[in-house]
Design a protein around this ligand. Structure first.
Ligand code: PFF
Length: 443
């Protein structure tokens, strides 16, 4: 017999944990550089469109599945339809992939916190030189994964919820402080304009536009932690009285707010020093340190910034680990502690290869990608859209939107005015869009 399922200690605690999962490297690292390389404000508009039409209905559905079934991601999907356990299985595979690349970047972040204080500062080649090293990045990655294992071992209310409830408000407050500081740098207005005024000059063809749409959809999925079983798993620890709709709105608002605040901090800061915002993934690891080294108190701001990135990364990585742990311990009967160590250890093994792909293994490619890029590709472009698609089919056509709405409205007790929109989105609009974008991403 399984022991009684754990629960969040409060609705707010759940929101903090779920928002903590959503708010991560995707907001502070990916969002600013994807927005920067995908036309700034144009990207922002398309992003918000996908957020409403895909993000919100799928997020709501995943939570409803989890709370209704009260099981890990695989068993929850099975409970709705025995043939659909694979949707949860895809999520678990995806969680591994994301955790492996997350672990590597999390390790870099810890290194950057300490390096911020060193007198020598970051030279222009620091990032490339550091990430190519075989040993040190792996050690920091180990530290990052170990932090996550310890938190998840603590359990739902005492581990995940407690940590998220402390770290998230700290992140929000200090990030706003950094944003205000960056906005007062000389020429910051140029960066602000780039971020909020759509510039159509860079969009010359339908293919440019579809590329932006692909990036925006991928980012919505990644940023809201969709298609990975995270919200199903977190939802399974919810009490029947929680208001799922208002929780969703709060989670999505916080997630978007933090991404936009990060954009308002990073893009103007980069413009202010005449640097390129289109720096790609190196934006916060290569370009931003140059900015920090040029401003008064830069060392302190740099350390604070990377500490906040670490907080965001940890509250997301624990959700990935929890998806795996919850399934693994149910399946094997092993304790939470042992399951966390095993799952963390397996993820760490993948991290080793991902980390080495910046150095000694850079020539080893899969489909022309190094292992790190392949992990991201497999998660963002394959598992998340396929998982999301089948999630829509499961909820829209198998479980049925009436049953889902019954769960969402707490058995009809809560009013939910957007029923027709939700049903249309989950049954038709979201799956159709996912298919179109998924296919076009291969051309
Ligand atoms: N939402 C996280 C971020 O924006 O960084 C990443 C993530 C966490 C994706 C958990 C998927 C997931 F299940």
């Amino acid at each position: 017999m399984r022991s009684k399922r754990e629960q969040w200690s409060s609705g707010i605690g759940f929101i903090m944990a779920a928002a903590g999962s959503a708010i991560g490297l995707g907001n502070l690292w990916k969002f600013p550089y994807i927005a920067g390389t995908s036309g700034g404000a144009v990207f922002l508009i398309i992003y918000i469109f996908f957020l409403v039409i895909l993000g919100i209905p799928i997020l709501l559905s995943e939570m409803a599945i989890g709370r209704f079934a009260g099981e890990n991601a695989v068993d929850s999907c099975k409970k709705l339809s025995p043939k659909f356990g694979f949707v949860g299985g895809l999520g678990i595979a995806g969680a591994f992939l994301v955790l492996a690349s997350y672990g590597v970047v999390g390790g870099w972040v810890i290194k950057y916190i300490f390096k911020s204080f060193s007198g020598s500062g970051f030279g222009t080649d620091f990032f490339a030189d550091y990430t190519a090293q075989p040993i040190e990045p792996i050690l920091w990655t180990f530290v990052f994964i170990a932090i996550n294992v310890i938190i998840v071992t603590g359990g739902i209310a005492k581990g995940i919820e407690r940590v998220s409830t402390i770290l998230l408000p700290v992140l929000l407050i200090f990030l706003i402080g950094i944003m205000i500081y960056c906005l007062t740098l000389p020429n910051a207005a140029q960066g602000v304009r780039y971020f909020i005024v759509p510039d159509l000059a860079g969009i010359n063809s339908l293919s440019d536009l579809s590329q932006i749409a692909i990036n925006a959809m991928g980012q919505v999925f990644f940023s809201l932690s969709l298609g990975m079983g995270t919200l199903i798993t977190y939802g399974s620890y919810l009490s029947k009285s929680t208001n799922l709709t208002s929780s969703t709105v709060t989670i999505v608002t916080l997630d978007t707010l933090i991404a936009v605040i990060a954009g308002f901090a990073i893009i103007p800061a980069v413009f202010s020093f005449g640097l390129e915002v289109t720096g790609g993934p190196g934006l916060i690891f290569q370009t931003l340190p140059v900015v920090f080294s040029n401003i008064k108190g830069g060392r302190f701001i740099s350390a604070l910034f990377f500490l906040l990135v670490l907080f965001a990364a940890v509250t997301s990585a624990i959700s990935l680990l929890e998806v795996i742990v919850s399934w693994f311990s149910d399946k094997t009967g092993l304790s939470r502690k042992v399951s966390s160590v095993i799952a963390g250890g397996a993820a760490f093994l993948m991290c080793i290869f991902a980390s080495l792909s910046f150095g000694v293994l850079s020539e080893a490619t899969i489909f022309n990608m190094n292992f790190f890029d392949f992990l991201n590709f497999a998660a963002d472009k394959i598992v998340m859209p396929i998982g999301g698609f089948f999630m829509c089919i499961l909820v829209g056509h198998i479980w049925g939107t009436d049953a889902a709405l019954e769960e969402i409205s707490n058995g009809g007790k809560l009013k939910f005015r957007l029923k027709p929109l939700f049903s249309a989105a989950i049954k038709y609009i979201a799956p159709a869009m996912i298919i179109v974008i998924f296919i076009s991403s291969f051309f």
